[in-house]
Write a protein that binds this ligand. Structure first.
Ligand code: G16
Length: 543
């Protein structure tokens, strides 16, 4: 079928951020906006003629129409076939798995992750490479370059595909395969974990609550936790994905998953609580009466991973993003394995995973994952926790407290200053950057600065260099404060202040993190002058 060539013009601002391009939905729905970006992805990766792509998204508003547009562009550009989740749905980790399972030339994932969805909210699109992972910077740079020079896109004149019917169909000359979004992913999970042990745990009366936040993990969690593993019906709540996530904010943290937090802190709390985000790659873990920070969860999972059959032979190494606490580093030290510190963004783990240097990795931003796919994976983390709980026969609280007694506790918190005027946020960041040489030796709030630096990363596998990845102020005694500008927001700028202090005194391991970090918080504000620059005297989100 002859493609239709449509003349277009470059559109400003189509630069991928931490994880793909995220904009207001109305922006993505604007004339030629999506078409330009998809054509630029195709051009940036050297064309898609004869190639196969996985396509799916988290079901947010515009997901289905966007898939129809993408399918026509893929056909217009000569793609051989696309594999699409039924009704256009695929969680991000399930999409990563399908890319790997089918050996495709990559995939397009439609999601703005934990950002709200709807006509007035957010939309996003990213390209994942044939290893299943988010495109690295050398690829996103080419895609962005293509967005600045585009003058036409190729599509076909065709009616919409029926996204609801499983099986094969044709769009022009291109084959379209509609697949069950859950089945292959569920098989993968069954191959990694001791499902019999988890079934026995549930059969013994163990209770859990999984909050799918009206987002993509609902069908996955219901199929795996309730239908396969025997968790009581109703263990999974908010399980039906909706285009605006039930009007909520599908970000699994103590602010946006407050209903779950209240239940887990209440007198009738289940044994285990968890939540996942819009596209199913993030997770929040709770036990009865305890919230587990993502950094602590990563450390705990690394320490106990051998409980699961997939990791019974031990871990090759671990990796964490720079702002993530160093808790996992000490686990690695004890295990005698390598620990890597990468910039924020799952794409930086890809080479380490591909090279077999790390088995488990994670980030403070509620992401944990392993070699099984090349994305972080919310349900995977929940299942590894369940596997560990089943094998150790401990409670979440006992596991964490024993971990802290053993390794010390990295008290940790992230303070977000959202929706700040972009110029003010950059001025604050630039002032700290300029002050770096003067900071060592200064004392603020009783803490003396040991070193100050801007994080840069040299990828140990391919040698690529990534500069300007966040500012670190380290204090004597092991505490530190990190300042970054978020790369995933769609309005103004977000300053993220990450705070950490190591406590090894056995009598001080169960305190309140904000209290334990109060001096680091004061010192960070004295140095960074966030209020003077932005007018904000307090963060709007604390996790
Ligand atoms: C994305 C990336 C993560 C990153 C997070 C936070 O997560 O995949 O690797 O840690 O953004 O980014 P930032 O601090 O720049 O906002 P997700 O879940 O939004 O895809």
């Amino acid at each position: 079928m002859t493609p239709t060539i449509i003349e277009t013009q470059a559109i400003d601002g189509q630069k991928p951020g931490t994880s793909g391009l995220r904009k207001k939905t109305a922006v993505f729905m604007g004339p030629n906006y999506l078409e330009n970006y998809v054509q630029s992805i195709f051009d940036g990766i050297g064309g898609v003629a004869g190639k196969t792509l996985v396509v799916g998204g988290d079901g947010r508003y515009f997901n289905d129409s966007a898939i129809q547009i993408i399918a026509r562009l893929a056909a217009g550009n000569g793609a051989a076939s696309i594999i699409v989740g039924q009704n256009g749905l695929l969680s991000t980790p399930a999409a990563s798995h399908l890319i790997r399972l089918n050996g495709t030339d990559g995939g397009l994932i439609l999601s703005a992750s934990h950002n709200p969805g709807g006509p007035d909210a957010d939309f996003g699109l990213k390209y994942n490479t044939p290893n299943g992972g988010p495109a690295p910077e050398n690829v996103t740079d080419k895609i962005y370059a293509a967005t600045t020079t585009i003058s036409q896109y190729k599509t076909i004149d065709a009616t919409d595909i029926d996204l609801g019917t499983l099986g094969e169909t044709k769009l022009g000359d291109m084959t379209v395969r509609i697949v069950d979004p859950v089945a292959n992913y569920a098989d993968l999970m069954a191959s990694l974990f001791d499902f019999d042990a988890i079934k026995a745990l549930f059969a013994s009366g163990f209770t859990m609550r999984f909050d799918a936040m009206h987002a993509i993990t609902g069908p996955y969690a219901t199929a795996i936790l309730e239908d396969t593993l025997g968790a009581a019906k109703g263990s999974v709540v908010n399980a039906v994905p909706s285009p605006d996530f039930g009007g909520g904010h599908p970000d699994p943290n103590p602010i946006w998953a407050k209903t779950l937090v209240d239940e887990m802190m209440g007198s009738d709390a289940p044994d285990f609580g968890a939540a996942s985000d819009g596209d199913g790659d993030r997770n929040m873990i709770m036990g009865r009466g305890i919230y587990v920070t993502p950094s602590d969860s990563l450390a705990l999972l690394a320490a106990h991973a051998t409980a699961a059959p997939a990791y019974a032979g031990g871990l090759a190494g671990v990796a964490r993003s720079m702002p993530t606490s160093a808790a996992v580093d000490r686990v690695a030290e004890r295990l005698g394995i390598e620990a890597f510190e990468t910039p924020t963004g799952w794409k930086f783990f890809g080479n380490l995973l591909d090279a077999g240097r790390v088995t488990i990795c994670g980030e403070e931003s509620a992401g944990t994952g392993s070699t099984h796919v090349r994305e972080k994976d919310g349900l995977w983390a929940v299942l590894l926790w369940l596997n560990i709980l089943a094998k150790t026969k401990s409670s979440v609280k006992d596991l964490m407290q024993n971990h802290w007694s053993d390794y010390g506790r990295n008290y940790y918190s992230r303070h977000d200053f959202e929706d700040i005027d972009s110029a003010k946020a950059h001025a604050c960041f630039d002032a700290l950057r300029a002050a770096i040489p003067t900071l060592p030796g200064q004392t603020h709030a009783g803490l003396t600065v040991e070193s100050a630096s801007e994080f840069a990363y040299d990828d140990p596998v391919d040698g690529s260099h990534s500069a300007a990845q966040g500012l670190i102020v380290a204090f004597n005694g092991g505490a530190r404060a990190v300042l970054r500008l978020s790369g995933t927001g769609t309005v103004g700028a977000t300053l993220r202040l990450y705070l950490e202090a190591l406590e090894t005194d056995p009598n001080k391991l169960t305190g309140d993190p904000q209290q334990a970090l109060s001096e680091v918080i004061k010192a960070a504000h004295a140095i960074m002058q966030i209020e003077a620059h932005t007018g904000r005297d307090a963060p709007n989100v604390i996790t």
